[in-house]
Design a protein around this ligand. Sequence first.
Ligand code: AMP
Length: 200
Amino acid sequence: MKMILVGPPGSGKGTQAEKISEKYQIPHISTGDIFRENIRNQTELGKKAKEIIDRGELVPDEITIDMVKQRLSEDDCKKGYLLDGFPRTIPQAEALEEIDNAEKVIDIEVPDEEIIERITGRRQAEDGKIYHVKFNPPPEDVKAIQRDDDKEDVVINRLKVYHAQTEPIIRFYKEKGIVHEIDGTKSIDEVFSSIMSVLA
Ligand code: AMP
């Protein structure tokens, strides 16, 4: 099972990816998470990526492609994987074709206005747990903070980048006939069951 999850930031890709990866026992590869881990550990890659990510722009293809190539060569990816947040540009999709062929692309669709409300209200606790100021507020004794790239002006930029650079990959995969569109405005469980019916 070699799968790609596409969708705007805040469409619930990460949440769904965790559930799918648990169900199918395949690794969940999130390029955003790998970059954030590098930033936390202050690696060379993290230093290069931080400013770009904080502006809501994309890390250059060359860096991102090398990172994914290396991750996909690890043993746990032999029986399949779930890519979350990669590819995000046409050159990345073309590079992935050279490494391996994806079998299914799940496209989670959510309108921009809903994305802005979801992301700007998102808060993360120290243990990594995600809350939302309106839909799922953190308990009073939990300190939860906003990711720098979840601030409104950055979110608007991330959406612009998504429409300009990432949406074209959906057309790229549609031509191959492997795209499944999912309504991402439903509840987490409803979105998950729509994905399960596509994968069944
Ligand atoms: P995410 O958590 O997937 O929203 O990713 C957070 C940020 O990491 C993005 O806004 C980009 O700056 C960067 N990033 C993640 N994946 C990629 C990618 N495939 N190509 C370029 N930049 C990426």
